[in-house]
Design a protein around this ligand. Structure first.
Ligand code: PM9
Length: 470
């Protein structure tokens, strides 16, 4: 495994520093609030950072989704929007970009990732079928379950251990998967749902060796393999860095090779592809695509716009080509690591190794005196906001939701608070502020009290749930 860049300057290390491969052309002022203003805003928001107004936030690390800064070329692309209801030229630009970069044959635009998750779940899952996956993602699993699927976690055990340094913690445990297939029968497997860089595990990558083994298994049992390509460019970076034989291959080539081993993919372009809205579903099978193309008109819009404006599709097409540039991805992951290194150096418990899009604070080790039912990760996000106006997101028991059959809370092993870094938005100085804020609440960790949930919505409760101090 290759070690990551330490949080020191190049000069201290006797080598030249690197910097972001862009300069800033337009700025958006940030508002600094007082502790009293933050206490008021957080109480109003029911201690849920999703319910804060963004103008009450100083540094916003809620998500890297739809929060990227677009390039001057993407902004120029907006002016090329062809807002025809049908057959917009921007659709053809998007189709070409997805075909060239990801390699799939048939492409449908959708308004964002979950639009594609909805379509693929509806057309590829029969009620009662299993959907094995490398850990869960909130919206993905919900759509699979709403289609009657039964989610089964087949990720390697190391993924559930925040301290394991395994270089590919997103890998599927092939023996777990094969034993499910032989137990249930191949016909009872809807498809393998594979995510590139596993969000809920800490942005952990999947190796090329793993997807190759999955392809073989899928061919043997005639099961389809679909990819959540949302952060697959970041995944390609880790393969280039860590997997033997890939150091000299481009990100674009690694991405194409990985996707070529799968049968199709869904995409939230709001992440890797550097746009504020958009997504797609791409499939190689013409018959399955035909079903998706028919269903898209019911939920998203005609198959040549899928709920998007022409200008959105143009920005996405340009973002796709920018996303696979080596200097972009190196700087993007470099910035995440910079923050991770600062926190690691301060002995703050974070998920190791640092992943692609975020730093995940290990709330169990941060607040060992809180039980999981006291919502330690939600508490940590609240305390961080109160201290500094930095907004993070809970990724633990609240996000995991309830078992649809028993109605009981899922109790995930990982109880994490995520600091997701938007792409091309914040500077290194912002990362320093964030690290200092986390260190400050870590120093006061013993006095933190948990939360109680006062309102629980039925679906994806982490978005809208409300909490209070006990
Ligand atoms: N991810 C994130 O912040 C946005 C909201 S959910 C908290 O991480 C994966 C791996 C995702 C993802 C969204 C989606 C859904 C699918 N797969 O948000 O619908 O991380 O575009 O994509 C969020 P959309």
């Amino acid at each position: 495994m290759t070690t990551h860049l330490p949080a020191t300057t190049g000069r201290q290390l006797g080598r030249r520093s690197w910097a972001e491969p862009w300069k800033i052309k337009m700025v958006e002022p940030l508002r600094v609030t007082t502790p009293a203003e933050r206490a008021h805003a957080l109480a109003e928001a029911g201690y849920n950072t999703f319910l804060l107004r963004s103008e009450d936030v100083y540094i916003d690390l809620l998500t890297d989704s739809g929060t990227s800064a677009m390039s001057d070329r993407q902004w120029a692309g907006l002016l090329l929007g062809d807002e025809a209801y049908a057959g917009s030229r921007n659709f053809y630009a998007l189709e070409e970009a997805v075909r060239d970069t990801y390699g799939y044959r048939h492409v449908l635009p959708v308004h964002q990732g979950r639009g594609a998750e909805h379509l693929i779940s509806q057309i590829a899952i029969r009620s009662g079928q299993f959907v094995p996956s490398n850990m869960y993602f909130t919206t993905t699993r919900l759509h699979q379950e709403r289609a009657g699927g039964v989610f089964v976690d087949v990720i390697i055990d190391e993924a559930h251990d925040p301290q394991s340094e395994h270089p590919f913690k997103g890998d599927v445990d092939i023996s777990k998967l094969e034993s499910l297939i032989t137990r249930a029968g191949a016909d009872q497997i809807a498809y393998i749902s594979l995510a590139g860089t596993v969000n809920m595990a800490g942005g952990q990558p999947v190796s090329m060796a793993c997807v190759r083994a999955l392809r073989e298994l899928c061919d043997q049992y005639r099961i389809r393999l679909f990819l959540d390509a949302t952060r697959m460019v970041e995944n390609a970076f880790f393969i280039q860095e860590r997997e033997e034989g890939y150091a000299d291959k481009t990100i674009a080539a690694i991405l194409r090779e990985f996707c070529s081993l799968t049968d199709g993919a869904w995409m939230s372009a709001k992440k890797d592809s550097l746009v504020n809205i958009g997504g797609w579903l791409a499939l190689n099978d013409a018959d399955l695509f035909e079903e998706a193309r028919n269903l898209v008109v019911v939920f998203e819009g005609l198959h040549t716009y899928g709920g998007l404006a022409g200008r959105d599709m143009e920005a996405m097409a340009i973002g796709i080509t920018e996303s696979v540039q080596q200097d972009h991805i190196r700087a993007r992951i470099g910035q995440v690591r910079y923050l991770g290194d600062l926190l690691t150096a301060a002995d703050v418990p974070v998920v190791r190794p640092v992943g692609g899009h975020a730093i995940f604070l290990d709330a169990r080790r941060f607040y060992p005196h809180l039980t999981q039912d006291e919502f330690p990760a939600q508490t940590l996000a609240a305390e961080l906001y109160l201290d500094s106006g930095v907004r993070a997101m809970e990724r633990g028991i609240v996000s995991a939701g309830r078992d649809p059959k028993t109605g009981d809370h899922h109790h995930p092993k990982l109880e994490l608070t995520r600091l997701a870094i938007p792409r091309r938005v914040y500077t290194q100085a912002h990362m320093d502020i964030v690290a200092e804020a986390v260190e400050a609440i870590y120093a006061q960790r013993d006095s933190a009290k948990g939360l109680i949930m006062t309102y629980e919505p039925r679906y994806l409760r982490f978005f809208q749930a409300r909490f209070d101090r006990p």
